[in-house]
Design a protein around this ligand. Structure first.
Ligand code: NAP
Length: 369
């Protein structure tokens, strides 16, 4: 896809000068979705693709096992993979960095890039929840992004997206919050792509379910509070509602299914909850950002939805495919509501969320200078 030349489309997207960006971990699953979504992007242009020692120095087309759907973008295919170092990123001229590194490799290089004045949008959990590093879902807490960007540490800033299941959960809880939520319980059925390109042995998952994902239940208990929390003088004051999670890996390629039970202060009817979810909109929709889905939450009424096979790629327009969360099977029980939600783990739960946050930062002038 080439950058649009249609003047009406350019005006609709409020096109600005393209900012050079780097993708760290570009050969991994999340990194590939960055490369896919950045192809022909109206705000950003890829200046560097970085990987581990295994890939550095090789053409991207040779280093990557393309699994992000569609064809490998031609421009990216020809680029040489760089080492994932602050020096290499600086040499490329990239001003914005998308990080899809494992947490173990991410912290030091992300800190170094922030010190060099870069805006870092990261999928890694290495710095998530640190006082200076907000966890941002652009429809829910755009103020946390602006706070971090204006506070700039060492010239730049780091903003994290949430854990992939939390991305879906937060987008289900934010529209229901006005009803007064007292507690949340969630069970996840998570796709194998959530474990990365080489994350799981086929022998372990074929025809099987694994009732444990290391660190996942802890992230699900912690991160909704950071996203739904308010800003105090020293940072985020967490939303105080308890979230209890049980996480399971299932033999599905992409899309995490969540079974959610919410307890409210008073009775909430099914129709009122469905209306709140379906009508939910945020700043990305108001601004018409390129990767913003028209409807962040799509409510299905069929008995057998959402399903990973049918709903993982929900969202329109084309740039926002995989960015909508699908809700379904809403069942009201007095002060309680049970429902299912589905989130595309590598798109809304990872690359797409970071990209949407960066688009918002660009439109708000937070990446200038
Ligand atoms: N998969 C998901 O659904 C998901 C969702 C949300 C967040 N995340 C997070 O996003 C990040 C990437 O996940 P993924 O699923 O894309 O993993 P992945 O498929 O395993 O890819 C990892 C990437 O990091 C590179 N890398 C690995 N070790 C490195 C090192 N020591 N130094 C430099 N680069 C290194 C790899 O490069 P080479 O290919 O060159 O070795 C590859 O590009 C992780 O922090 C993960 O927790 C993943």
């Amino acid at each position: 896809m080439s950058r649009t030349e249609d003047p009406n489309e350019r005006e609709r997207l409020d096109i600005m000068e393209e900012l050079p960006v780097a993708v760290l971990g570009a050969t991994g699953l999340v990194g590939q979705h960055f490369v896919r979504m950045l192809d022909g992007h109206p705000y950003f242009k890829i200046a560097a693709l970085a990987g581990s020692e295994r890939s550095a120095g090789r053409p991207y087309a040779d280093a990557v096992e393309w699994a992000a759907g569609g064809d490998l973008p031609a421009e990216a295919a020809r680029m040489t993979v760089q080492p994932a170092s602050a020096e290499a990123v600086a040499a490329s001229g990239a001003r914005v960095v998308f990080s899809a590194l494992p947490a173990s490799a991410a912290g030091a290089v992300e800190d170094a890039l922030r010190s060099r004045g870069r805006a870092v949008f990261t999928n890694a959990s290495a710095r998530r929840g640190h006082p200076d590093v907000p966890v941002v879902v652009p429809e829910i807490n755009p103020g946390h992004l602006a706070w971090a960007a204006r506070r700039k540490r060492g010239g730049g800033f780091i903003v994290a997206d949430s854990n992939c299941s939390v991305a879906g959960l937060a987008l289900l809880l934010a529209p229901l919050r006005p009803f007064g939520i007292r507690s949340v319980a969630v069970t996840t059925l998570q796709a194998i792509s959530g474990a990365g390109r080489r994350g799981l042995a086929a022998m372990d998952i074929a025809g099987n379910c694994l009732p444990f994902i290391r660190g996942e239940e802890e992230k699900m208990a912690l991160e909704p509070g950071l996203i739904l929390g308010s800003l105090g003088t020293d940072g985020v004051v967490p939303w105080p509602v308890p979230v209890r999670a049980s996480c399971c890996r299932v033999p599905v390629r992409e899309g995490h299914l969540l079974s959610v039970s919410v307890e409210f202060e008073g009775p909430v009817g099914r129709d009122a909850a469905a209306e709140a979810l379906a009508s939910f909109r945020g700043l990305p929709q108001e601004l018409g950002l390129p990767s913003a889905p028209e409807r962040p939450v799509i409510v299905r009424t069929e008995d057998d939805r959402p399903q990973p096979a049918l709903d993982a790629w929900a969202g329109s327009p084309a740039r926002a495919r995989g960015m909508a969360v699908t809700a379904g099977r809403l069942r009201s029980r007095g002060r309680g509501l049970d429902l299912f939600g589905l989130v595309h783990n590598t798109v809304r739960g990872a690359a797409g969320m970071c990209l949407l946050t960066a688009e918002l930062a660009a439109r708000q002038g937070l990446l200038d200078g």
